[in-house]
Design a protein around this ligand. Structure first.
Ligand code: MIG
Length: 652
């Protein structure tokens, strides 16, 4: 059962699609402390908190403070309170009580879950305006399902988007892209897509193609498509200010951009230098910007990723002027500890400065709002612009779309990737722990940059990360300009990379089927053990194993030099230790704790009792998978016991 309560006068976010009447009584479970703009709750020892989507730290969120404030911060260290997303749904679960709560407000809100006082959970609002949905249910899974039922069905990508994708910030021209594909094909490593980062554009202008780097883009898209390869270009939130650039000129003429208090368009800077930000909260702007994707659809493009939509800001013109003026005071001075750090702060504080988010406004549902009040729904509405346009522009064919910034509601229009992680073992674990929380909030098509975006990867880390990535719907190797090259064929043990990526393709019928079941039944693809085995105390302790769909449990290895790991089995299971689709050993393992060996090239998959895992013969492209030739690994069941979801993978 879901009840809705209202605090103050909240701004509508369109994240909930079911109409629910507002209750008059007080919000249950929490104490409302209006004077301090917060809700508080005393936690019992057994209470745990799950959810909040894309954040740092473990699956159980108790013990830290998280703030919903979409930010472009490429250092996802465990002290960070915010990453790119604002996904304000959690489940509180303990021996005395259990419930779910969705805090719907587009402004800043903090979840202090035992940070200030280890036994107090406080929800602290910047503005005490929010719609609060309280979900009562019999189990964590039931609560999640009910919540998902009111926010609308999750986005479904085309099936080819379950194939492997290679990306790199710095593919400078079509020849480089061609070589990537040729190298994958030469090594027999399957691949479905290559991502185009900002360098494909003419001077970083959205919806343009640099015609020196891609002299005949139509022909190139066709050449790739004939090979079964999808090119997926990036779209940035900022529109370059440049005379003669149609997107800029139309935006100015029709008042599509965000404005300052004085009515002038805000001038900020990102990749192209000075830009205006489309006011994605405004219906007209959304419609117009969404329509622009047609430029690329007409080239034959069928997938996109939306970046920098927190929005990321290098500086605003006004702030930069102020800083230059203030810097004059420091000229010729003997800078001491205080003045030096102050000066450094002026320059270092230019990017993503909170102050800048108070310098511009939106027109939303007929009213004017200062940006910081609606900050967390900006990226959501950029992706919504695209998603709504694709329904018009491509009514028969699904288009791949995922975004960096997000808010609940955006899950209907696209997936997410987890932004600029690093080639760190701890970020492989973070990737594992983020998946269930994303799923709870409706983000099913998701994944992180496999191998890590920043820093130099090592072959063993990449191998272990690929071994986990083969289970995530979005399975993309992406890395930053200037870091070690990360394409799989550049490493020594190409054979193992090949075998593991091929295993992914063997798993696609299962993964796609389980993904679609999660969409249709408002379920999760990645489930923590505690959600599935609530009566098993030990299951609550496990933070590094996940159930993937109904048939399997995975126990990824995320530690350097490990030749195995401790695994907890909540019931007897059948272990498949995969080196490849053809080569694996099988063993029945009893309930309890075990140390399970797994060499660097081995993937551990545990099949649950009474369940079956379908496997396809490996192929080089998703669309070549032969659904008639599936084999089944079963544990005390029959292949007929497995309900397979199948469709054409492309139509809506
Ligand atoms: O801050 O377009 O997260 O995936 O490669 C850099 C360049 C801007 C951030 C994205 C990353 C992408 C990069 N972008």
């Amino acid at each position: 059962m879901i009840k809705k309560f209202r605090i103050g006068n909240p701004i509508e976010t369109d994240s909930v699609v079911t109409k629910i009447d507002i209750e008059n009584g007080k919000i249950p479970y929490f104490e409302t402390v209006s004077a301090e703009k917060k809700l508080t709750l005393k936690m019992e020892k057994s209470d745990r908190v799950y959810g909040l989507g894309e954040t740092v730290r473990g699956i159980n969120k108790r013990g830290y403070i998280f703030t919903s404030n979409c930010s472009d911060d490429p250092n996802h260290t465990e002290d960070k309170r915010s990453l790119y997303a604002a996904q304000n749904f959690f489940v509180f679960w303990g021996k005395v009580k259990g419930f779910g709560m969705y805090v719907d407000t587009p402004g800043h809100v903090s979840f202090d879950i035992g940070y200030t006082d280890k036994d107090i959970f406080s929800i602290i609002f910047e503005d005490f305006d929010a719609d609060i949905y309280v979900v009562d249910g019999d189990s964590i899974k039931d609560i999640v399902k009910q919540f998902r039922g009111i926010i609308g069905k999750s986005y479904v990508p085309p099936r080819w988007a379950f194939g492997f994708g290679q990306s790199r910030w710095s593919y400078m021209n079509e020849q480089e892209v061609r070589e990537v594909v040729d190298n994958y094909d030469k090594q027999d490593i399957p691949i479905d897509s290559v991502y185009l980062d900002i360098d494909y554009m003419e001077r970083y202008k959205d919806f343009t193609i640099d015609d020196e780097r891609f002299p005949d883009f139509t022909a190139f898209v066709k050449e790739m498509s004939d090979k079964g390869i999808h090119l997926v270009p990036i779209i940035d939130a900022g529109v370059k200010i440049e005379d003669g650039y149609d997107v800029y000129e139309e935006g100015v003429k029709n008042d599509y951009f965000c404005k300052k208090e004085n009515g002038e368009n805000l001038v900020a800077a990102v990749w192209p230098g000075k830009v205006h930000f489309p006011d994605f909260l405004k219906d007209d702007t959304r419609r117009w910007f969404g329509e622009k994707y047609k430029v690329l659809l007409d080239y034959g493009i069928d997938g996109f990723w939306n970046d920098m939509n927190e929005p990321a800001i290098f500086y605003t013109e006004d702030h930069l002027k102020e800083v230059f003026k203030q810097l004059k005071d420091y000229e010729g001075k003997n800078l001491d500890i205080e003045s030096f750090f102050n000066m450094q702060g002026l320059v270092g504080g230019l990017a993503n400065n909170e102050e800048d988010y108070r310098r511009f406004y939106h027109e939303y549902k007929g009213k004017k709002y200062r940006h910081d009040k609606v900050h967390n729904i900006f990226g959501y509405n950029m992706t919504r612009a695209a998603g709504e346009a694709f329904e018009r522009l491509s009514p028969d064919k699904r288009i791949l779309m995922f975004s960096r910034s997000s808010y609940i509601g955006m899950h209907r229009y696209g997936g997410v990737w987890c932004g600029d992680n690093k080639s760190w073992w701890s970020h492989l674990l973070l990737n594992i722990q983020q998946m269930p929380a994303l799923n709870m909030c409706g983000f099913l098509y998701s994944g992180a940059d496999v191998g890590g975006f920043g820093a130099d990867v090592t072959e063993d880390l990449l191998m272990r990360w690929i071994e986990f990535g083969i289970f995530t719907p979005l399975f993309r190797d992406h890395s930053a300009k200037g870091t070690r090259r990360q394409e799989l064929y550049r490493f020594v043990d190409k054979e193992s990379f090949k075998n593991i990526v091929r295993l992914r393709y063997s798993l696609i019928p299962y993964l796609y089927s389980e993904f679609m079941k999660a969409v249709n039944n408002d379920g999760m693809l990645f489930t923590p053990l505690s959600f599935e085995y609530p009566d098993d105390e030990m299951a609550y302790e496990v933070e590094d194993q996940l159930l993937v769909g109904e048939s399997i449990m995975i126990a990824p290895i995320y530690k350097q030099n490990a030749s195995g790991r401790y695994v907890y089995l909540p019931e007897e299971m059948k272990l498949c230790r995969f080196r490849s689709y053809e080569d694996y050993d099988v063993e029945i393992i009893e309930k309890g704790h075990h140390y399970i060996k797994a060499d660097l090239n081995e993937v551990l998959v545990f099949i649950r009792k009474g369940h079956a895992l379908p496997l396809a013969a490996p192929v080089e492209r998703t669309e070549k998978i032969d659904y008639n030739g599936l084999k089944y690994e079963c544990f005390e069941c029959d292949k007929d016991d497995y309900e397979m979801y199948v469709d054409d993978g492309i139509s809506r």
